[in-house]
Design a binder for this molecule. Structure first.
Ligand SMILES: *[C@@H]1O[C@H](CO)[C@@H](O)[C@H](O)[C@H]1NC(C)=O
Ligand SMILES: *[C@@H]1O[C@H](CO)[C@@H](O)[C@H](O)[C@H]1NC(C)=O
Length: 297
């Protein structure tokens, strides 16, 4: 078990803290986790290129995806292309059905090309409270964001905390407009799910290189309004697997809400070529994107 926590040096501290608090804790939300984690919640956003039946039919690829997802408690998967969700069930079986559940969106996209969003999560560690697709009444998005709220145990706050996650895979063809539209989504979500302690907006925003130039990045409200949005990944970060590319496509933004704030820490693109010790071909066979991983304190 300890191996799972390797990359989170604060583990021992939290372990000690929650040990001391064990049994003393009550919360307004009476839900009790069966396996109260003694470490911060570990979350990732991961564009698994063209995830579907072909991907899960390749044992080496599937087993590497499993190794990556098991690093976390909640994983937002983008680019699922399998209406039947059979591939998602196969992945869940490979993860361990007793430990993992998921919620999947209906297929989203304006034309015949559609994708589904999936959140995998450990029900012993988080409780899913809401899941819905943004009502995109003015059709601002090719793929309307998929919004969930989770309840989790925060060792730092010594209480249960509610966090809302807004996951989106922005279309490369319209990144500046869709990025701005995300600010409307966030304010709508604030009104609709008013009892969160923070809103995390994340995903493959295609927010760099050919799809968003320097001037457009400079104009993006989400990345340049620190009083309202904390953007954790800089324009110089790199979430691409390719050695030839260096693009900050995948992003993570926190919006504060409520009294007791969710805190985000340990944000980085997880380089699974290095992290899993696999070669470049095996890494690129898995996806062209690294997951963005972070802790929720
Ligand atoms: C508000 O949230 C609920 C989920 O709890 C969802 O079903 C509903 O569509 C949302 N309303 C809007 C306007 O987004
Ligand atoms: C979405 O919003 C539009 C415009 O506000 C509204 O007419 C429609 O009923 C909403 N749809 C759902 C499913 O809530």
């Amino acid at each position: 078990m300890v191996a799972r926590h390797e990359s989170f040096p604060s583990f021992l501290l939290y372990s000690l803290k929650s040990f001391l608090l064990l049994g003393l804790v009550q919360d307004s939300t009476s839900f009790i986790f069966t396996n109260t984690p003694e470490y911060p919640l570990r979350v990732a956003s991961f564009n698994i290129r063209r995830f579907g039946l072909t991907v899960v039919s390749r044992p080496a690829v599937l087993s590497n995806i499993v190794r990556i997802i098991k690093r976390y408690d909640v994983v937002f998967v983008q680019e699922t292309r399998d209406k039947s969700l059979a591939s998602v069930d196969t992945l869940r079986a490979a993860l361990g059905e007793a430990e993992w559940e998921y919620t999947a969106s209906s297929p989203v996209g304006r034309g015949t090309y559609k994708e589904q969003y999936v959140y995998f999560y450990r029900p012993a560690v988080v409780k899913l409270l809401h899941a819905y697709l943004y009502n995109d009444s003015r059709d601002a998005f090719e793929r309307e964001p998929y919004i969930v709220q989770f309840l989790y145990w925060s060792p730092a706050a010594s209480s249960n905390v509610k966090v809302t996650l807004v996951g989106a895979h922005l279309t490369p063809d319209d990144v500046p407009n869709e990025l701005e539209a995300l600010t409307e989504v966030i304010s709508q979500v604030k009104g609709n799910i008013s009892d969160s302690q923070g809103i995390v907006t994340m995903g493959d925003f295609n927010a760099d290189c050919n799809y968003l130039n320097g001037a457009e990045r400079g104009a993006a409200t989400l990345f340049n309004t620190p009083s309202e949005y904390t953007s954790f990944l800089r324009d110089t970060s790199d979430s691409t697997v390719s050695h030839k590319q260096d693009c900050a496509y995948d992003r993570l933004v926190l919006t504060e809400q409520g009294q007791r704030q969710v805190k985000v820490a340990n944000v980085k693109a997880f380089d699974f070529e290095k992290g899993l010790g696999i070669n470049y071909e095996a890494a690129y066979a898995l996806s062209d994107h690294y997951p963005i991983e972070f802790s929720l304190l």
